[in-house]
Design a binder for this molecule. Structure first.
Ligand SMILES: [Zn+2]
Length: 201
């Protein structure tokens, strides 16, 4: 598939549940995928995106929390410290917001798009986004962090997303398509189901 044709995948797309493989060698193809991922992330006002969300099961993520764009290959958390819990949304699970417990500080090792090794530490929101995106690489979604009560609350919404996926045969859910056509973000999901979530990753 040409990298320009990559599009955002929605729950329950199987690409979101597959474990991503490590990138052995960063090539122009990987750099093109990372650029396409950044475009998708910015177009949907996200602050992070993982390759499986674009249908690519290779270990790559992009993050921009407003302090510059990070394109990371084979990101790994090598050390963790502290606790935090933020309400997270996921671009691939529109209309769902889950409070997720994560480490407050993480140390990350990754490659940049030119295969140079990067070692850095991240705190608070940046740490949260990195953990969310790295979760995607092992097929883990925010709904897997949901409490029993959360699961009851989001059950209907998940069923609705499944129905929409069947209808559009894996394409963009109709409710979401309406949003892309220029309506405001909250209209992308039915009013009754929508829970506004500031963080979209
Ligand atoms: Zn996500």
């Amino acid at each position: 598939m040409p990298e320009t044709a990559l599009r955002l995948r929605f729950y329950p797309d199987p690409a979101l549940r597959k474990r991503s493989v490590s990138v052995k060698q960063a090539t122009d193809r990987h750099r093109e995928i990372l650029s396409a991922m950044s475009r998708i992330m910015y177009a949907d006002q996200g602050i992070g995106l993982a390759a499986p969300q674009a249908g690519v099961n290779e270990a790559m993520i992009v993050v921009d929390i407003g302090q510059g764009l990070y394109k990371l290959i084979n990101p790994k958390i090598v050390k963790r410290q502290g606790r935090q819990a933020l309400e997270e949304g996921c671009l691939s699970v529109p209309g769902v917001c889950i409070k997720v417990r994560r480490s407050r500080k993480v140390w990350v090792r990754a490659l940049d798009e030119n295969a140079r090794q990067l070692d850095f530490e991240a705190e608070d929101l940046f740490a949260c986004v990195l953990q969310h995106e790295i979760d995607h690489l092992s097929g883990r979604l925010i709904i897997d962090h949901a409490s029993f009560i959360d699961r009851l609350k989001i059950k209907k919404r998940l069923q609705e997303l499944s129905r929409q996926a069947n209808k559009s045969e894996g394409g963009i859910p109709p409710a979401y398509q309406a949003g892309l056509a220029g309506k405001t973000k909250n209209e992308r999901v039915p009013e009754s189901e929508a829970k506004s979530c500031k963080l979209q990753l």
